[in-house]
Each structure stands twice: as structure tokens, then as C-alpha cells.
Design a protein around this ligand. Sequence first.
Ligand SMILES: [Zn+2]
Ligand SMILES: [Zn+2]
Length: 305
Amino acid sequence: MTCVCGSDLWPWRGAEPIGDPHPMGHEYVGFVEEVGSAVTSVKPGQFVVGSFATSDNTCANCRNGFQSNCLHREFMSTCQADYVRIPNAQGTLVATDDIPDERLWPGLLAVSDVMGTGWWAADAAEVKPGSTAVVVGDGAVGLCAVIVAKELGAERIIAMSRHETRQNLAREFGATDIVTERGDEGAARIKELTGGIGADSVLECVGTPQAMHQALHSARPGGNVGFVGVPHDDAVDGQELFFSHVGLRGGPAPVRRYLPDLIDRVMGGRIDPGKVFDLTLPLDQVAEGYKAMDERRAIKALLTP
Ligand SMILES: [Zn+2]
Ligand SMILES: [Zn+2]
């Protein structure tokens, strides 16, 4: 099972050059068909979940928990297909104990990127029990980030969204407040809701300069911004950051670090990030999935064989 990612829309819109035609996509769960001679950690027939960034899980960066910066990293790229080859399979794939019930597959698929990325956003923004967390972005990652903020015990979770179905899902996932204003107005509203100070943690899940400004202006001095939207323009003013006392950390999520825990949370029914999929299409209609997401008719498109 695979899906379309918000980040797939960048090349689709022409914002990133693509060479030859090739299958897209980097999110996947599925059954092992065959393994290479060096692979002993998984075997044919097992149901596996992997990260969009492959890793050996043994090098120094992996051991430090930054598997998405593995010295042998290869990003997945051809998952919107019937079969996919997983480089670094030994360190990348995590097999479930049993074959999961089919209704859990979408949730496990979400773990391979958007849920893991949401977790990293919250981790990077240092969400703590009792804190106030703001989520910028109401795409699949932003909505998953709301789940994480709740799992990590944030007392107040403010989701920034002006889209009703997404607001409803954010509330279902644990958002306590919704802010519809954007940009400086959005940041001003966050200040209003936080005693004029700003939030402890802000999770930036978009990647545009506007979203980054909004995030930086919404955090309190001493607070932290975790940014997981892939930046496509310079968005950070060094001098402004210096005087803000806001901590900033982001990057591609080390999903592999979180996989065992997230698989358990989904398999145990504690979280259901699969709810972000609001459109299911057969693989050969993948183009409609891109279109629906681009036009914001769908949050995230699930693709079935
Ligand atoms: Zn993705
Ligand atoms: Zn590594």
C-alpha cells in the first residue's frame, strides 16, 4: 500500500526539476517478496513498515538517532508502484509481529512518513507535558503533529487551519483551539491566546517562508520551533532569529528511530493516523490523487493495488 505525499506536489507543480519519467512516491507498507543475501532482519511473507529515508541503522549518525542522516542514506523514490526495492533493507524495515488487520494498514502507512514526521516536529519543538503547542499547517503532517502533541501531553494544542473538514479532524486528534488567521495576524492571535508571550512549542509543517515566519513569530522567547516542511525559499532572517531567543531545529524526520514505538501505538489502537487518508484510489489513477491534493479536495490520497 502506498500514497501521495504533500512533498510529491512540489515536483508535480514544477517547483523541482524531474529528469526522465519515473515512478514517484516514498511512503510504503507491504509484504516482503524477496530479500538480498545480506538481509537477515526480515524474511519473505512478513508485513513491513519502513521510512522514506533508508538507513543501515548501524553508523554513527544512526546510533545517535539521526537515521535520516545515515552515512549510507538513500531516499525512497519509486513507491507508487506494485513492487519496490528497499535499499539498506536490513536497517530500514521493521516487521510487525503478526500480519496486521487490513484496517490498520493505512495507519501503519502513515507511520512511514507523515506520522513519523509529525513526531519529529514535536520532538524538535520540545513539546512537554502541560505545555502549549501550536501546529502550523493542516496537511497530513500537521494533523499527525496534533496527535503527537496530545501523546506527549501538551495541555493546549492550537491548530492553525481555515478548512472545516481539517479543523474537525484536528479537533478529533486533540486540538483544543483553532486559529484561522494567517501570517502576522495568525501570530498575533497566538500571542493573544498565550498571555501576550507566545507558545512553548511551534510545529511548522508546511515549508513556505510564510509558514516559517508565522511559526517563528508564534513562539515565545525560550520556546522552540520544529520545522519539517521542506523549505523552498530562504525563510529565516538570522538577525531576527538571534534576537527572538527562539530555538530552531528541523529537517527530514528520523522516522526509523520512532518506528517500533509508532507501530505499537497503531497496532494497539492507541492512535489512528490513517484517518488522514480521505481519498482512496487504485494505483493506476494516481494522477487524480495528485490533482485532488493540489486542489485541496483531499488531505491525502491512499493508493491500492
Ligand atoms: Zn512523504
Ligand atoms: Zn546509518
